[in-house]
Design a protein around this ligand. Structure first.
Ligand code: HEM
Length: 340
């Protein structure tokens, strides 16, 4: 239970720190400028360092998975997606992995049924929830370019139009009041995160292998989404002021006079914590997927001999040399010789 509760308390504490730090202590520059810069720098340096360290790891051999037939004799049909023989297959496999989490489609669940009998059934729920979560996150992040970029990029209104096709209208006695259009991704990411959390908590096996560091990012991202949604749908902040602050940060001319509502700083502090934590955590799978040898190497071991480059040079002694060395002794005891 501790590993589930502790990270939750930690995230709530982080939120309270940002709230009181700004509303109570007026530390706007700390939460609006210093910490975001620090976190962003840590993210860039940490991410790059991790990727470079992985890139330097030697991978002398191909590591094919057993899922598909490798290219072999002409009359045996190869499976270019599972066992690519060249770059096009590798690119296709990587594309499907990165954008559609293809290997998760093979996910299965083990359970005991009457008998007792252990059965494995295909389980696509993790794939679906993972996909919904990551895609929603990406779309929300891209929509934020309305704030991040000086000129709103062309794709933002496009995404907003598709994502915000719900227009919730409610009436009071006098006016029809239009709430800000609900973004579908805001709802979907909440549902997906809730599923991913419940999956860890309710499934005994998954709960057993889950650690504090599995729950922490879930709570943190949930915190980001909840505070973001509060800003948009309830506690309304001055988005223009928020954009001005972000622009001043982006142009490395931080405007310390700008103050936005405290919920904005809680949102930003959560995002900063995520950025800071990212390179040291399992979230690095975002970069690691590209370095995965079972995904990024063609299975061409039959066509090409891969030699381990750091094999020691072995001095070989041929039989002829051996015979030469022991010729007299062999002859003396009557052993047959190849060369008389
Ligand atoms: C990890 C990245 C982030 C995530 C997942 C995220 C998530 C969200 C979500 C779900 C919303 C609700 C409305 C919407 O979907 O647009 C939101 C709103 C908002 N976010 Fe973020 N956010 C992130 C980063 C940031 C950053 C870096 C800033 C600014 C420095 C920021 C500033 C805002 C503001 C000002 C709003 C309110 C927008 C409005 O009222 O329309 N967010 N965020």
């Amino acid at each position: 239970m501790k590993k589930i509760i502790t990270p939750f308390v930690l995230v709530v504490l982080l939120g309270l720190i940002a709230w009181f730090g700004t509303a109570g202590l007026g530390l706007y520059t700390l939460f609006g400028v210093v910490l975001p810069y620090g976190a962003f720098a840590t993210f860039i340096v940490g991410f790059t360092f991790k990727i470079l360290s992985w890139a330097k790891s030697p991978v002398p051999f191909r590591i094919p998975t057993t899922a598909g037939q490798a290219k072999s004799l002409t009359w045996i049909k190869p499976n270019e997606l599972e066992s690519p023989s060249g770059a096009p297959g590798v690119l296709a496999r990587m594309f499907l992995e990165v954008f559609f989490f293809r290997s998760l489609l093979r996910n299965s669940r083990a359970s005991m049924v009457k008998g007792p009998r252990l059965v494995y059934v295909s389980d696509k729920s993790l794939w679906l929830a993972g996909l919904v979560f990551h895609w929603s996150f990406l779309i929300i992040f891209l929509r934020h370019y309305r704030i991040f970029a000086e000129q709103v990029p062309f794709f933002v209104p496009l995404l907003e139009a598709v994502d915000g096709f719900f227009e919730i209208v409610w009436y009071n006695e006098i006016h029809a009041v239009t709430l800000p259009g609900l973004y579908l991704t805001d709802a979907l990411i909440l549902v997906a995160l809730t599923f991913l959390f419940l999956r860890r908590v309710l499934d005994t096996k998954v709960r057993f292998i889950s650690l504090l560091q599995d729950y922490f990012p879930l709570y943190l991202i949930l915190g980001i989404v909840i505070t973001g949604s509060l800003m948009r749908y309830n506690l309304k902040v001055d988005v223009i002021a928020a954009k001005n602050l972000v622009q001043s940060l982006v142009h490395f001319h931080p405007d310390t006079s700008i103050q936005v509502g405290s919920i904005f700083y809680v949102h930003l502090f959560f995002v900063s914590t995520l950025a800071f934590y990212f390179p040291f955590s399992k979230l690095m799978h975002a970069g690691g997927v590209f370095m995965s040898p079972t995904r990024n190497l063609a299975n061409n071991s039959r066509a090409k001999r891969h030699i381990n480059p750091w094999n020691p040079t072995i001095k070989i002694r041929t039989y002829a040399e051996y015979e030469e060395d022991y010729r007299d002794k062999m002859k003396a005891v009557g052993l047959p010789l190849e060369k008389e």
